[in-house]
Design a protein around this ligand. Structure first.
Ligand code: PEP
Ligand code: MN
Length: 283
């Protein structure tokens, strides 16, 4: 397994990357309120998307680059800022604003599950490779392919071909799309397949974290997804969360936001359960 660098931060094997925050950045105030609470729990990563790929047009598609300075400000709290971008140009622009504001910041850019275009992925890889303060997380593509998931592997290889070094690349599992024939007894929005996720992580030699929120679809199922993931070697969690007054204002994925306090509690339980599992394995 390659080393795991989150921008400037080298994680030791027992350190994790948890990323908590709203689906989308909607205002400077909302971003900063949430970031402050995330930082208060000692969580390393803060997420907020400024671009939201949507199924339908004429819905909220994110505040766009107007939100870059808000992310830069959140980094002042010592948080690694994480956001989904689609092109190398966007990576360069955000990096310029972020690192001009805070040269000590670390940035995580992730490739979303819908953003599986080889050319764009390579352009993200090229841009992110220019600055070792940037790491890239690659979510799984939406649709499941069995085995070692050649599409996911191929996309990550396109990132690498852009010049990304493995120690700044990681994977994110967010479940696979369900259709009418999918066996889905818990009614997941996207169905996790941890075996496939682990196989891809092993094949690529890259660490992987688990996005609990996009499988859950609703806040009440986030813990259930966490329990399922706990038996596998994830290096951290991604959770959509907001400060309580802002949950009802979320314009995207509202139903699956938990409070930041709940996200912190889920992470804490995950840490304890993993420790117990390691001890059990060692015994
Ligand atoms: C998200 O993280 O908010 C998101 C849209 O994720 P995905 O691309 O996995 O659906
Ligand atoms: Mn979302």
């Amino acid at each position: 397994m390659s080393e795991f660098h989150v921008g400037r931060i080298a994680l030791s094997p027992d350190e994790r990357l948890d990323i908590v925050g709203p689906c989308a950045a909607q205002s400077r105030r909302q971003v900063m309120e949430c970031a402050r609470e995330v930082a208060s729990y000692g969580i390393r990563g803060f997420r907020a998307c400024v671009f939201k790929p949507r199924t339908e047009p004429y819905t909220f598609e994110g505040v766009g680059s107007r939100g870059y300075p808000w992310l830069a400000e959140a980094s002042d709290l010592g948080l690694v800022v994480a956001t989904e971008l689609r092109t190398g140009r966007q990576v360069r622009k955000l990096a310029e604003i972020l690192f001009d504001h805070n040269p000590n910041a670390s940035l995580v850019v992730w490739v979303g599950s819908r953003n599986t275009d080889h050319v764009n992925v390579r352009s993200i890889g090229r841009a992110a490779a220019e600055d070792s303060r940037i790491s890239v997380g690659h979510k799984n593509p939406m649709h499941l392919k069995h085995g070692a998931h050649p599409d996911w592997v191929g996309l990550v290889n396109h990132l690498r071909s852009g010049g990304m070094s493995d120690d700044h690349v990681f994977l994110v599992h967010r479940g696979f799309s369900v259709n009418d024939d999918t066996h889905n007894p818990d009614g997941m929005k996207n169905l996790p397949n941890h075996e496939v996720a682990m196989r891809v992580s092993e094949k690529l030699g890259l660490p992987i974290i688990m996005d609990l929120s996009h499988p859950a679809g609703v806040a009440s199922k986030v813990e259930l997804v966490a329990e399922g993931a706990r038996l596998y070697d994830y290096r951290g969690l991604m959770i959509e969360a907001a400060t309580p007054p802002r949950i009802s204002e979320a314009k995207t994925d509202k139903a699956q936001h938990v409070t930041v306090a709940e996200a912190a509690a889920i992470i804490q339980r995950d840490i304890v359960a993993r420790r117990a599992l390691l001890q059990e394995r060692a015994a």
